[in-house]
Ligand binder design. Structure first.
Ligand SMILES: [Zn+2]
Length: 384
């Protein structure tokens, strides 16, 4: 089923993009793919709730990386949620609330698992059952049945327990949103179609249920990917942008907080208590690929909203020396040097007088071609 709200968002995004392109170029950032400006996020509020989304990977007694939690810590998190009145909801429930005003429990939270690790059914699923919680498991078919990974029987068992199964692409590609160097555009688009369509079809064939929720590998996305997902019949997609979601958050870029082995109750609470921060425009925009030097990051907040006393910007998890203009409700940061090629998570944190914490997070990428352009530019300024 096509998501009408997402279609409206994309149509609006294209119109706003056309209007805002001059602003983007003025900021020194060009791009080769259409991306939705943050203004596209502003939608009529259909439901007043917010939905934090927790992103777990491995749940194992042996900590193997920064995305593994022990079963004891996972139980501690579930206990915290239960004691503080949270109820797990499915992503379908969130869609129904946003699109049709369907009722939600008082404190909804969405629990997700990525990458189809075997330990998710061994350790996490029994703990979820203890607390009466349900989750969404994002899997990618090329590893199903491999050592340490879920089998198709495991995936069917999770579905039978009431959990949702989503697609995490076919192969967990790090280039879902752009071609490899050896690919032309046509070849890239064929690969994109396989990742989006074939993963959906293969999972559906194995669990005999529709698959309508997607998880971007590495959190990389753009408008072209979102449109492909929509055409394939996906209803939502989740990112790793660490914000909570409101009814203004596009269903194709739902925020999540990755959970790591050191996340104790205080850090969990800090994320759960965050509030959404509506923005009017962000440059570089959400999902944009910059092919020129990005000179400045700049966000204009919606004129309506909380009275904020401070706002600060984080770029790739580090605070930067940004400038907050409370009158104009803008925050900006002049990059001291061209960004290295890669993906950048940008986070705008703001606080009101009561210390309520608001967050808007988005993703843009600096293309490898930009470094070449920057080097060429600096070379041309050398004394002759
Ligand atoms: Zn993954």
């Amino acid at each position: 089923m096509l998501c009408l709200r997402a279609r409206r968002q994309l149509r609006r995004a294209r119109a706003l993009y056309a209007a805002g392109i001059a602003l983007v170029f003025a900021a020194g950032c060009t791009h080769k793919e259409i991306a939705p400006p943050a203004a596209a996020r502003v939608q009529p509020a259909a439901c007043p709730a917010t939905a934090p989304v927790l992103a777990y990977h491995r749940v194992s007694p042996k900590i193997t990386n920064q995305m593994t939690v022990t079963p004891a810590l996972f139980r501690e998190h579930m206990r915290y949620l239960a004691r503080h009145g949270f109820s797990t909801i499915s992503i379908d429930q969130w869609c129904n609330a946003v699109e049709r005003g369907a009722p939600l429990p008082a404190r909804p939270v969405i629990i997700t698992f990525d990458d189809g690790w075997k330990d998710q059914i061994v350790y996490a699923a029994p703990i979820l059952r203890e607390f009466g919680f349900l989750a969404t498991f994002y899997i990618y078919p090329t590893v199903i049945g491999s050592p340490l990974q879920l089998s198709w029987d495991d995936v069917r068992a999770l579905a039978a327990q009431g959990h949702a199964i989503g697609s995490h692409s076919l192969s967990h590609t790090e280039r879902l949103n752009r071609p490899y160097a050896f690919e032309d555009q046509a070849r890239y688009e064929r690969r994109l179609m396989r990742e989006v369509y074939d993963s959906k079809r293969e999972i559906e064939a194995n669990i005999s249920r529709p698959v309508v929720h997607f998880c971007y590998p590495y959190g990389y996305y753009n408008t072209a990917v979102m449109e492909s997902l929509e055409r394939a019949g996906y209803r939502t997609a989740v990112t790793v942008n660490p914000q909570v979601n409101s009814s203004a958050t596009p269903l194709m870029t739902l925020g999540r907080r990755i959970v790591g082995p050191a996340m104790r109750d205080a850090e969990l609470a800090e994320y759960l208590e965050r509030l959404p921060l509506p923005v009017a425009t962000a440059v570089p925009g959400d999902g944009m690929i910059c092919t020129d030097r990005a000179g400045r990051v700049r966000v204009s907040l919606s004129p309506q909203g909380a009275h904020l006393v401070d706002a600060r910007l984080k770029l790739s998890f580090r605070w930067v020396d940004s400038t907050w203009d409370p009158r104009g409700r803008t925050i900006s940061y002049a990059l001291p040097q061209p960004l290295e090629p890669g993906a950048y998570t940008a986070e705008l944190h703001a606080w009101d007088a009561r210390s309520n914490h608001y967050v808007y997070a988005w993703l843009f990428q600096q293309d490898a071609a930009a470094r070449g352009a920057s080097v060429a530019a600096s070379s041309s300024r050398r004394p002759q």
